[in-house]
Design a protein around this ligand. Structure first.
Ligand code: SF4
Ligand code: SF4
Length: 322
């Protein structure tokens, strides 16, 4: 039986199928120094799920044999995974160069023991994608915790000093997501506001702003429930279904893995434990068992949260879709 999202795809004649894998997105674990309200991972300082070095080594060996051009690291805070630098060093030594990006929680740069991050990332030309839900302190601190705004500003200034956001080889993008139960505004307009305000007040420059819709899962779902807004938000997402966004959905060209190496269509499906099965024996599919040539034949698993990706201008790890 079709779920609501599949019905909407069918009614709009917008089939959701995979294309060739272009991004390997590794969620290295749930450890983070923050506990943001909108976090779809339920990440935090007490979480123990962290990718082991053995798992990292198996992924490196498999990834090197593929021609997937991009490695996208997420978490938690990927830099808190002990094997983070081992992974990057190995990928940087591949014969076939790959673009590496990290979804950086910038405040980690100011924590003791993590002072290495800015120089290391610059040396390895790692693209930085950093959460910055507002250019005013109150909204950021409300969503991400007290002091997060000031800490993020200090971190971005350090990154700017090294050339991030200025040197074309060191891109730094910011991620915006709404503070409450609404859809993000138009991306290009908000980007212009961000650029003006960040430059004027803090002297900070960056490349692009990605607007991302809050997913009605995990911690954000609890927030909606607490505020009696879950039904209203789900209705907003369904009513805003935009078939023009389907072509750009990240599940089409991304392989997402958990800290154990298990494969999912996206990080949201990972948090909902909507795992993929190995076609040969029905066991959970592990990333090192994937054949990139035939991976596109596996169907994408969907559920009602998928309306979060197709609402309005659409939403993906790279921001709006149209
Ligand atoms: S949203 Fe990012 S920075 Fe905030 S708790 Fe989750 S993983 Fe950490
Ligand atoms: S939630 Fe995941 S599977 Fe669903 S549409 Fe979005 S990217 Fe695709």
């Amino acid at each position: 039986m079709l779920n609501q999202f599949q019905k909407s795809l069918l009614q709009s004649n917008s089939p959701l199928t995979r294309s060739r894998p272009e991004i390997l997105q590794i969620n290295t674990g749930k450890l983070c120094n923050l506990t943001c309200v909108h976090c779809h991972v339920n990440a935090g300082p007490a979480r123990k799920e962290i990718m082991a070095n053995d798992t990292i080594n198996r992924i490196i060996a498999w990834f090197e044999k593929t021609d997937i051009p991009t490695l996208d690291l997420t978490g938690g805070t990927p830099e808190m995974t002990p094997g983070f630098r081992h992974l990057i060093d190995a990928v940087s030594s591949f014969d076939q160069p790959r673009e590496v990006m990290t979804r950086l929680n910038a405040t980690i740069i100011n924590e003791p023991g993590y002072e290495w991050i800015p120089e290391y990332h610059a040396q390895h030309r790692i693209t930085i994608i950093a959460s910055m839900p507002c250019y005013s302190p109150d909204n950021v601190n409300e969503q991400r915790g007290d002091g997060v705004f000031d800490s993020s500003i200090t971190a971005f200034q350090k990154l700017n000093e090294l050339g991030y956001g200025k040197d074309p080889r060191l891109p730094m993008h910011f991620v915006y997501n709404p503070v409450g139960a609404s859809l993000p505004p138009e991306q290009k307009e908000l980007e212009a506001d961000y650029k003006r305000e960040m430059q004027k007040h803090f002297g900070i420059v960056f490349n692009e702003l990605y607007c991302i819709t809050n997913m009605p899962i995990a911690r954000f779902k609890s927030y909606l429930k607490r505020n009696d807004q879950l039904d209203e938000y789900m209705q907003l997402l369904r009513d805003s279904f935009n078939p023009a966004t389907v072509d750009g959905l990240m599940c089409r060209n991304t392989i997402n893995t958990s800290w154990t190496g298990e494969v999912f269509d996206c990080d949201f499906n990972q948090m909902l434990k909507l795992s993929l099965e190995n076609p040969s024996d029905g066991t959970p599919l592990m990333v090192w068992d994937i054949n990139p040539e035939t991976y596109h034949q596996l169907p994408i698993r969907t559920a009602s949260h998928c309306f979060g990706c197709t609402a309005g201008s659409g939403s993906s790890c790279g921001g709006s879709l149209e």
